[in-house]
Ligand binder design. Sequence first.
Ligand SMILES: [Zn+2]
Length: 393
Amino acid sequence: MPRRTAATLATSGEVLRLIRSGEAVTRADLGRVTGLSRPAVQLRVGELIERGLVVERADAPSTGGRPPVRLEFNAEGGVVLVAALGASRTRVAVCDLAGRELAGRDFAIDVEQGPDVVLPLLLDTWEEQLGDRPREDVKGVGMGVPATVEFARGRTESVRVMASWTGVLIPPIVRERFPVPVLVDNDVNALAIGEHRGVYPDLDDLMFVKVSTRIGAGVIAGGGILRGALGAAGEIGHIPVRDGGGVLCRCGNVDCVDSVASGTALLRELRAAGKDVKTIADVTALVRAGDAETMATVREAGRRIGEVLAGAVNILNPSVVVLGGDVAEAFGPLVSSIREVVYRRSTALATRRLRIEPSRLGAGAGISGCAVMVLDSVLSPEAVDESLAHDAS
Ligand SMILES: [Zn+2]
């Protein structure tokens, strides 16, 4: 490996990245990987230890000689506050710096009650979960919300779901209570990040499709989440299907896949056919009982979702498409129709190694995705260097 020149000397933030990723576990490793001198390594490691981000662990003595001191990222060196908001369910948690949940609580709350109701509930719950822990331990806040989000500003955009939140800038409200970086993304992006990091860390291209009350997707491309210019990438729910029958979608267009194949659409169609179904659980019961008409409706929804996904697979060429959300999780026939159509309608090259898998983490991917999102940001080399410089001045 070529030695770095003075112009590219590794900073303390980069040293932390190397320790956190396991690429370097001793001071000698750091010297070798970065080309830094021993005193320079010592200075940076000292800063990180003082900050509580790195701890030293003495290995059991080997035969003869002094045992090497291992450097470890200190996951207990702080916490992040996370919340995965859903249309009807919300989970609020405190996680350590490795993204492990230390405390968590579920709420059955309707987000449509608006930010004036929901945000104070989140803030109070975090306060309660933190207990006696010093508030300086809080390094950041990560949230997933069921709406399109202008990511850089944390501004909710959707007028379709969460109408009462439209245009609300969430970060400044949270920062009044917790003055730390606040990241807000849409819920499906959080699920995609969680499932990617937790289940498929070695794959760079993944698409997470949530089929629930509504239909949406989060795209990991080249190892990172694809947000698009303003954060609207992956909004597959409003791509129209062929021969949808002219169903008016809440977005104003006609025959969007969301309007003909979401959980909401399934309930509407089955009710129109005279079935007594109030919730997705009622539909599940009919599927389990082998009701032919219900099975046919569910399969038809799967084909429509598959039609839209086939197009997305052609554009993005993911290695895996993960199907999540309570509708996808409940219905085997839906998943098999999606599979069938995607394999038939996508190009041969795009599907050569394509896997279509059910979500392994389920709703839990939301919380871990929010934690990963905020941790990657506040522990990035740039953010760590900036905060060290800030403390020194
Ligand atoms: Zn639409």
